[in-house]
Design a binder for this molecule. Structure first.
Ligand code: DX5
Ligand code: ZN
Length: 216
């Protein structure tokens, strides 16, 4: 079970020291939020940032909040992405994007926004390594967790338990903190993204430890 920090709100000048600290605390997954100012009303550095931090030994879990994600895949693959997750809502031909990612021998995820029904993913689930349930509207860190994510997690967990073809992990992103992480875990999530609740904490070690204890 995995805690994936999001460094969306970390300033560039602090990035390396935060990443060193996270490595020291045993973090393996790093969640990278990539925004184009079109699919979401915010922008972030893109592949240039990944190139700078690729020297760190993380699994780079890349969350593309962009229109036409197919145009980004080769660049992120070359820069070191281990998992590329795109938004269902951002593409017309979902299968084409899945095939492109899988052809590179990296892991493929699809994300759905809070108002998207997880049933839309049914035709694709057998191909996915990860399903990313957004528990806030994508675009910004520090928002409040939306409880409707819990039913989606349970729905996907139940499908997975009843179908040998499915191997996806369920990842949850947005507003995750120490008060709600246990109910997210109980619903069936495997990966939780934590931005502000971890990064803004003065005691990251104890936040990580508390989350780790839940998995045991
Ligand atoms: C929001 C991003 C999240 C965000 C999470 O669009 O996808 O990954 O950084 O931050 P918190 O945990 O603060 O909601
Ligand atoms: Zn994210």
């Amino acid at each position: 079970m995995i805690l994936a920090p999001s460094i969306l709100t970390v300033k560039e000048e602090e990035r390396n020291s935060v990443l060193e600290e996270l490595i020291g605390l045993g973090i393996i997954y790093l969640h990278l939020d990539i925004m184009d100012g079109k699919f979401v009303p915010n922008t972030t550095p893109g592949v240039s940032m990944l190139k700078k931090i690729n020297k760190f030994d993380f699994v780079f879990d890349t969350h593309l909040m962009v229109e036409d994600p197919i145009n980004y895949i080769d660049k992120f693959y070359k820069a070191g992405s281990d998992i590329i997750t795109f938004h269902y809502e951002a593409v017309d031909n979902v299968q084409q994007v899945i095939n492109k990612i899988l052809s590179l021998n990296i892991k493929c995820g699809i994300s759905i926004k809070p108002n998207t029904d997880p049933k839309v993913l049914l035709p694709y689930l057998k191909d996915l390594d990860q399903v990313l349930i957004m528990s806030v509207e994508p675009g910004f860190g520090g928002q409040k967790f939306m409880d409707n994510a819990l039913d989606k997690i349970k729905y996907l967990d139940n499908l997975r338990n009843n179908n040998d073809e499915y191997h996806y992990l369920i990842e949850v992103d947005g507003g995750v903190n120490l008060s709600n992480v246990s109910k997210i875990r109980e619903a069936g999530a495997n990966v939780v993204v934590m931005g502000t609740a971890l990064i803004n904490s003065s005691d990251k070690a104890s936040v990580i430890k508390e989350v780790d204890n839940l998995w045991e």
